[in-house]
Design a protein around this ligand. Structure first.
Ligand code: PLP
Ligand code: ZN
Length: 473
């Protein structure tokens, strides 16, 4: 890998300022836009065909670069060549699976063989964030930083905390959490992995402001998703989908949208693959918001905001919407806490991805999210609420006829079932089980609700509950 052939560049085409990889700037000092990691591809060794990467399965663990072949991100290192091999920080991220799931497909109107689920919950810390964190930690090591920080109530902090203690004993992970809602699966990880956890008296926005200040002033490296290196790692989710499909491009990729880092990374992955002649076509992208946090849906589908080659159409609508949020004291609200975000950091990059991938945006209610989460749990490996927005969004797009029943669709399941067990138990029982002793009959709701059956401590009652005749004796 030749890091002298990689650099950073402002995404605004009228500015296009460039910076070296080791300039620590997260927005362009000239115009304020986000930055991309760019490569001089013509001076780099890029494989002529994607099936080149398959041989890495045979060399994982072997030789000097074998530890990279073990990673579902660095196995594709020629496509994110910004760091020397010896600097790479990897903990076995990205060893995830793509599953053809006809049972879920049938529930939502897909023909057999049409629906694929990409289980990013199978990452070491249980969410797709590990794909990006391996890349950002690699840059932290290149920069020689010993402290890294993020603001998050969720999976970003879990991932930062895990990578920090795995990187080297000197590396310290710092997590800013606010007073808002926290899924205990995620908070427990940050605490357990030993991150220095600061509980700020304020909401997520306050945490974000503070972590940026601290990063600027104290030289702590920032791990939130305006860090462009994270998105380089997240491109690998698309490479793995292609690999699992024998390099056949699907018709659609569907992903939940929060801060919009993932969708931005997917667009960059396909723009690059197409420009390099490695894929014959680009799939379409669908990004799914929760109704209670639907900024992207509002701007893209209702107000016609577009990337337009970098000269944004209706750009003023963004500021107008945010002003309205300020005036009304609006706060996003959804059970899908990982996408409970009203001012998505990566909005411009995401609009670019929607242009590259001819995308659409939809919104789904919490109730619909929970139904589809239960469906993925019943017929698949399960996922957390935000992840199920992708399957729920596909259902909407099937009903609308935007996606046909025989198209090839990949839904990204971004986080593990166990991240938020409270949401799951509540769905199945209608109540918080922790508050019930002994179990009592409770109202259930939802098509897949699986309520525990209260039963007396005697054999006849248990037989009756199992639908069996009572056992004699
Ligand atoms: C972070 C996260 C998201 C949102 O991803 P963005 O890149 O911020 O849009 C969705 N689902 C889960 C489980 C997440 O952790
Ligand atoms: Zn600029």
């Amino acid at each position: 890998m030749s890091q002298d052939r990689a650099y950073q560049m402002c995404i605004n085409p009228d500015c296009a300022a460039t910076f070296s990889l080791t300039d620590v700037v997260f927005s362009c000092p000239k115009c304020g836009s986000l930055l991309d990691v760019r490569y001089e591809w013509e001076r780099l060794a890029v494989p002529a065909k994607l099936d080149f990467f398959e041989h890495r399965w045979a060399t994982k663990g072997l030789g000097a670069e074998g530890r990279l072949d073990f990673s579902g991100v660095w196995r594709f290192r020629e496509l994110l060549p910004f760091a020397p091999a010896e600097s790479v920080v990897t903990i076995g991220e990205g060893r995830t699976v793509l599953e053809r799931n006809d049972r879920v497909g049938r529930e939502i109107g897909m023909k057999p063989g049409g629906l694929y689920l990409q289980y990013e919950g199978l990452n070491p810390s249980g969410s797709f964030k590990d794909n990006g964190m391996t890349a950002a930690f690699t840059l932290a090591r290149v920069l020689g930083r010993q402290r890294v920080a993020c603001a998050s109530t969720g999976n970003t902090s879990a991932s930062v905390a895990m990578f920090a203690h795995k990187t080297d004993p000197e590396m310290q992970g710092i997590v800013f959490i606010g007073t808002g809602k926290i899924a205990y699966g995620k908070l427990s990880q940050a605490l357990d992995y030993g991150a220095l956890t600061l509980q700020v008296e304020g909401d997520f926005d306050a945490c974000m402001r503070r972590v940026k200040e601290v990063a600027d002033r104290l030289g702590i490296y920032l791990m939130n998703s305006m860090n462009p290196f994270r998105l380089e790692g997240q491109k690998a989710i698309m490479y793995r989908i292609l690999e699992a499909r024998g390099w056949e491009v699907p018709d659609w990729v569907i992903v939940p949208g929060g801060n919009l880092g993932n969708s931005s990374a997917f667009g960059k992955a396909f723009a690059e693959l197409h420009a390099l002649g490695l894929v014959p076509r680009i799939p379409r992208l669908a990004i799914i918001n929760a109704t209670g946090a639907n900024t992207l849906y509002t701007l893209y589908e209702k107000q016609g905001v577009r990337w337009n080659g970098g000269r944004m159409t209706n750009a003023e609508k963004v500021g107008q919407l945010y002003d309205k949020f300020d005036q009304s004291g609006y706060k996003p609200h959804t059970i899908a806490s990982a996408i409970e975000i009203s001012r998505p950091v990566n909005l411009p990059k995401c609009l670019r991805a929607l242009e590259v991938m001819n995308g659409v945006v939809r919104e789904v209610s919490d109730e619909v999210i929970l139904e589809h989460k239960a469906m993925v749990g019943r017929y698949g490996f399960g996922c957390e609420p935000a992840s199920a927005a992708s399957v729920a969004g596909l259902h909407v797009l099937r009903d609308e006829g935007v996606i046909g029943p025989s198209e090839q669709v990949v839904c990204i399941l971004t986080g593990h079932e166990l991240k938020d067990p409270d949401a799951t138990v509540k769905y199945h029982t209608g109540v918080d089980m922790k508050s019930i002793t002994p179990p009592a009959p409770r109202p259930t709701y939802g098509k897949y609700a699986n309520n525990p059956i209260p039963v007396a401590d005697n054999l006849a009652a248990i037989c009756a509950a199992l639908g069996e005749p009572a056992i004699e004796g």
